[in-house]
Design a protein around this ligand. Structure first.
Ligand SMILES: O=C(O)CCC(=O)C(=O)O
Length: 197
């Protein structure tokens, strides 16, 4: 495993900016989104058995967007007004139209996300994903698909992790359980859906 000093030496296609929004603003946004996003407890069926996904989720999108995640078509909620400013700022900065957002709410360290790549065809060949973290700091793992080299990074409140280029083609990522984390975290992944190249 490769230890990273939290910003440098990330694998190709990943970049990390701490304090993309201020500490105070990030926590105010966390509190507001806990109650304004209509969170869903989704399930997954494996070998005929249905399990609760270990986090709450909500797919937010412009009208008419369709997006499947982990093989399931997600029904979408409209954009909360409170996110429109951040969305516009990210769009201007990265010159991408972020027409969809997958929001994840990890209620504490028992909630998690397994290894995966965001490589659904709707995201195009080289997706641009802007991932904003709010609330508790959580460990994020990145694993090369061939060499299996793993890089860990800690995602702090207010930080922005960009995943671009071949980051989804070449790597998987995961958010493991962390038993000692007692606070919640919301992660907002701004996505551009429907621009398959
Ligand atoms: O919570 C995170 O930082 C990871 C989110 C993620 O991997 C995803 O939405 O695909």
């Amino acid at each position: 495993m490769r230890a990273v000093d939290n910003a440098r030496n990330l694998p190709s296609g990943f970049s990390y900016q701490p304090s993309a929004i201020s500490f105070e603003k990030s926590l105010a946004l966390y509190d507001a989104l806990c109650s304004t996003i209509p969170w869903q407890q989704n399930t997954i069926t494996l070998f005929g058995k249905t399990h609760k996904i270990p986090r709450l989720e909500r797919f937010i999108a412009d009208p008419g967007m369709r997006y499947s995640y982990s093989g399931k078509l997600l029904d979408s909620a409209p954009w909360p007004g409170i996110l429109q400013g951040i969305r516009k700022t990210l769009e201007r900065r990265f010159d991408v139209s972020f027409n969809a957002l997958l929001a994840n709410y990890y209620r504490d360290g028992q909630d998690s996300m397994g290894w995966h790549s965001d490589d659904e065809p709707e995201l195009g060949a080289t997706p641009v994903i802007a991932s904003l973290s709010l609330g508790a700091t959580r460990k994020f793992k990145i694993r090369h698909k061939n060499t299996h080299e793993v890089t860990d990074i800690f995602l702090e409140t207010g930080s922005l992790l960009m995943m671009q280029g071949n980051s989804q083609r070449d790597y998987q990522h995961a958010l493991p359980k962390q038993a000692k984390v007692t606070q919640g975290r919301i992660n907002l992944t701004f996505r551009s859906v429907g621009n398959a190249e």
